[in-house]
Design a protein around this ligand. Structure first.
Ligand code: ADP
Length: 638
């Protein structure tokens, strides 16, 4: 076993790897960017080395700096985590050339799976079923259109170098093909510097089921499947293992196909073979097809750990240090059912807009596994993925594990940034999901009810008023001043309180008066126990009571917002200005593209709000801007 390893990553996965290494008696070295100097993974590791600026290209993507850090600290191996350099074969080769061990597959195995078209061809040869489609090199638009006709609509255009759903377009009719192709190629060129695409039959009612594999370079075993069908815009939201409705025959067929895939490329370490399933008629062994192989540990690996009782990071370290596979296929089995929900700083009603902020309060439910890379007081910065934590539950049955998940989400407390908690909790209580009726379109179909702001319990509102008045602790000091007088409290909607005595307050709001009493077990409102907790921030208060309820505390001095907002194009969130399409003096029409911003792995196109002339371009390509920064100013045409 290694005595010291370096983790070339940050956030929850860096912390996750460090924890297992520690348990195994292996010392750890963290690397960090300027933005992460005080991050959790740095605090947790035995040693930490600064490797550059906050932008990933200046730090976490600098293979040379990371290898130097390993050599300098005497680490023998590098764990890449996921994302960043984890699937970069040139980095793997450089690690090996430096005399270090890469905890993961060989550069060649990654290369074999790196491009979707080559991977599909290889899998077809290995006898793994693949989605019918065209994956040839002829990228001529007419040729591709003819291929799409031959496959039959609907079809899916995918960037061969794609990932994260980028460069992917669903085309329903032949008439839409040319436009969809052009935009997929454009996005692929921007994101991957490779415009090539492949075309696949679009599977209607698709389910995403993936198989965890593990190889030692010769042999491979599988650790069963995960169902990741609950997605929004092709990104996973809640994952589970095993897959609902899975039959022993189907599991066997998928497991064998995945193992064949891994062995075909001499795979070493943890990997995932993703399949798409036509779930329109239940799960059938002839209705699954290879999509791609992810040659790293996946975000959702904990659900597999929960049902198999295996620590996959431990296996990674053991196999990378030269041990054979720790178990044979028949020693592996499934116990119970597990779920994982991805908790993000994002504004769901605003279209899942990534958010930033300082986590003024962070507390997880007692009965779950919470994998996180942040602590209360930490900042969700614009530089990286805004994931706060993964909430994982494991129970003897699917129904119990799902109930645990819903409760764990309802009890999770986050303040200081908006989150997707309410959305996740609703999903966890969704009746169709509870029945196991999952497909990748579920969230999109029901987005309105899932994303609606949760109703505010009147008791939470009353308690927010007490907090805003500074009386949460029920302090008696200053009572002489308050007396039983009716005192207005700046709040929206307007509110007033009457202090009847220490810890006894009447709150008037929305035409109702609530009797609030501070008892041994916390605040009671109109006689009902609330169990509420409170977090006060600069301009808001959050009451945690069956979910988080955030109330803005109005600043009486706040100025009205300025008039000509439609003249100004503002950054909707902090991020990178990727492209600017206009120059000063240029005429634009409503709907014209002005600029593209990139934040947290997503691109957002800014469009002209009206016809006009570009008066000023206030940013340059490559600039990092804050939320609300003015990007472009328009003026009326002369
Ligand atoms: P990426 O690498 O960009 O994430 P994938 O090939 O992994 O792209 O596909 C992402 C998601 O898109 C899948 O999980 C699935 O929901 C959907 N998808 C992919 N291929 C198909 C297909 N042929 N038919 C229907 N849906 C698909």
């Amino acid at each position: 076993m290694f005595s010291k390893i370096l983790i070339a990553n940050r956030g929850e996965i860096a912390c996750r790897v460090i924890e297992t290494a520690r348990r195994m008696g292996v010392a750890t070295v963290a690397v960090y960017s300027q933005a992460d100097a005080n991050a959790a993974h740095v605090a947790l590791a035995d040693e930490a080395i600064a490797i550059g600026g906050p932008a990933p290209k200046d730090s976490y993507l600098r293979g040379d700096a990371i290898i130097n850090a390993a050599l300098q600290t005497g680490a023998q191996a590098i764990h890449p985590g996921y994302g960043f350099l984890s699937e970069n074969p040139d980095f793997v080769d450089a690690v090996v050339a430096a005399g270090l061990v890469f905890i993961g597959p060989s550069g060649d195995a990654i290369r074999a799976m790196g491009l979707k078209d080559a991977a599909k061809a290889l899998m077809e040869q290995a006898g793994v079923p693949i989605v019918p489609g065209y994956m040839g090199t002829n990228q001529d638009a007419d040729h591709l259109a003819a291929q799409a006709d031959a496959i039959g609509y609907p079809v899916l255009i995918k960037a061969v170098a794609g990932g994260g759903g980028k460069g992917m377009r669903l085309v329903e009719r032949a008439g839409d093909f040319a436009d969809a192709l052009a935009s997929a190629q454009g996005e692929a060129q921007t994101a991957f510097a490779n415009p090539a695409v492949l075309i696949e039959k679009y599977i209607t009612s698709p389910r995403h089921i993936e198989v965890q594999v593990f190889g030692d370079g010769q042999r491979a075993v599988h650790l069963f499947e995960r169902d990741c069908s609950l997605q929004r815009r092709h990104q996973k939201v809640i994952e589970e293992a095993p897959a609902p409705g899975m039959t022993p025959e189907m599991r066997d067929a998928m497991g064998q196909a995945a193992t064949r895939a891994a062995e075909a490329i001499g795979y070493s370490g943890a990997g995932t073979v993703e399949f798409i399933i036509d779930g329109s008629d239940g799960l059938r062994p002839d209705r699954f097809w290879f999509m791609e192989m992810n040659t790293r540990l996946q975000v959702e690996h904990p659900v597999t750990e929960a049902i198999t009782g295996i620590d996959l990071v431990e296996w990674q370290l053991r196999v990378a240090s030269g041990e054979p596979l720790p178990a044979t296929q028949d020693q592996l089995s499934i116990t119970g059912h597990a779920f994982e929900a991805r908790l993000y700083a994002e504004d769901v009603p605003a279209g899942f807009l990534p958010a930033t902020g300082t986590l003024s309060h962070l507390q997880f439910a007692p009965d779950c596994r919470a994998d996180t890379g942040v602590r209360a007081g930490d900042v969700i910065s614009p530089w990286y993925d805004p994931m706060i934590a993964k909430i994982i539950t494991h129970g003897p049955t699917r129904a119990i594990a799902l109930g645990q998940l819903a409760r764990a989400l309802e009890q999770t407390q986050v303040a200081g940034t908006v989150t997707n908690l309410a959305f996740l909790a609703r999903l966890a209580r969704h009746e169709g999901f509870a029945r196991g009726e999952v497909d990748t379109g579920l969230i999109a179909r029901e987005i309105d009810s899932l994303a609606a702001a949760p109703p505010v319990p009147p008791a939470a509102q009353a308690l927010a008023v007490i907090a805003a008045a500074g009386l949460w602790q029920g302090d008696a000091s200053g009572f002489a001043l308050w007396g039983a007088l009716r005192r207005p409290v700046p709040f929206d909607p307007p509110a007033a309180i009457r202090v009847h005595g220490p810890g006894h307050i009447g709150v008037e709001i929305d035409g109702m008066t609530h009797d609030c009493v501070l008892a041994q077990d916390g605040w009671r409102v109109d006689g009902a126990k609330t169990g509420a907790a409170m977090q006060m921030d600069r301009d808001s208060v959050t009451i945690f009571m069956a979910g988080a309820h955030r109330f803005d505390i109005p600043d009486p001095l706040e100025r009205g917002s300025s008039a000509e907002t439609s003249d100004l194009t503002l950054a909707p969130m902090p991020g990178l200005v990727k492209s600017v399409f206009v120059t000063q003096g240029q005429n634009v029409s409503a709907g014209d593209r002005l600029a593209i911003m990139e934040a947290m792995k997503m691109e957002h196109t800014m469009l002209a709000a009206r016809d006009g002339v570009v008066a000023e371009v206030l940013v340059v390509e490559g600039a990092q801007v804050e939320a609300g920064a003015a990007l472009i100013r328009l003026e009326e045409e002369e």
